[in-house]
Design a protein around this ligand. Sequence first.
Ligand SMILES: C[S@@+](CC[C@H](N)C(=O)[O-])C[C@H]1O[C@@H](n2cnc3c(N)ncnc32)[C@H](O)[C@@H]1O
Length: 356
Amino acid sequence: MAASGKIGVFRLPPLPTIREIIKLFRLQAVKQLSQNFLLDLRLTDKIVRKAGNLTDAYVYEVGPGPGGITRSILSANIAELLVIEKDTRFIPGLQMLSDAAPGKLRIVHGDVLTYKIERAFPDTIRRQWEDDPPNVHIIGNLPFSVSTPLIIKWLENISLKDGPFVYGRTQMTLTFQKEVAERLVATTGSKQRSRLSIMAQHLCDVDHLFTIPGKAFVPKPEVDVGVVRFTPLVQPKIKQPFKLVEKVVQNVFQFRRKYCHRGLGMLFPEAQRLESTGRLLQLADIDPTLRPVHLSLTHFKSLCDVYRKMCDEDAQLFAYNFREELKQRKRQDQEQEDDTEDCESSATTRVPSLTG
Ligand SMILES: C[S@@+](CC[C@H](N)C(=O)[O-])C[C@H]1O[C@@H](n2cnc3c(N)ncnc32)[C@H](O)[C@@H]1O
């Protein structure tokens, strides 16, 4: 019955095991919500240990569910833990943990995608961006469908130093589908190199800490899980607005098997595509026949810097979206076809019938 974490000096009193909590509160995982629970406290302790030294830390746990990682965090001598959980069924079990660790655990029923953590912790723990990271940590095992959009949102927050990063360079330890974890840390030339590699690595030190086999979760997901730690960099590798970097990177990787000039060309309207792509590559000093996976962060920095200059020269350029141009062209073609059909059918109706 007793199951308390052992990684810190603070000991939780004896509590029902996570398995018992699941039974007690009928917390069967909802498949549609991709709920996969970690019941093995050695694994949850490992996640928390790898997140760093949490002594006196303010911790934000996203998606605590039945509370396995929550217990490990509470056992790590933290100052305070705030958990955010979307599914109300988990609140009574979490409340039981809160009662066992008086004054340590704050439970928020809400959505991590909209919750404003920047107001939750005391101002006194804020650090300057250039200082060492503050004693604030984000930890979470979220559904994969949430963790990828969430990390993109948080990377943008890092670039703006807002959201969870008003406290300084807040560290995050999060789980992802193993393939996504590999993309996040993929180096130049590796086949997993992707949009996520550039977006994460230009703003953070990214470490794939370890992999948890799918069979460690209940119910077992189809895939293994990677635990990834992000530490925001003092200086981003690309000093341009997040949306601009995202646009360049997205365009390059949309044709990941082609030469890089193919995707970069899509940054420009068709009428100027050839000339502007040539200019971009020449000024950035990049071989047009490199494949996207072979572009380094330095290459992306040059591309973004030159593209920024081109956008400053042409106020319409940044808003240009080739998909919109394609859609518009399709619409025009369709309208033309409809007009032709109309003409043909009215011509047909206008032709007097010889037979009367
Ligand atoms: C994969 S389960 C993990 C639960 C627990 N952390 C564990 O490791 O056993 C994901 C948890 O995140 C919660 N969740 C899903 N989307 C969420 C959101 N947008 N905001 C907050 N919690 C969310 C789910 O209800 C679920 O409890």
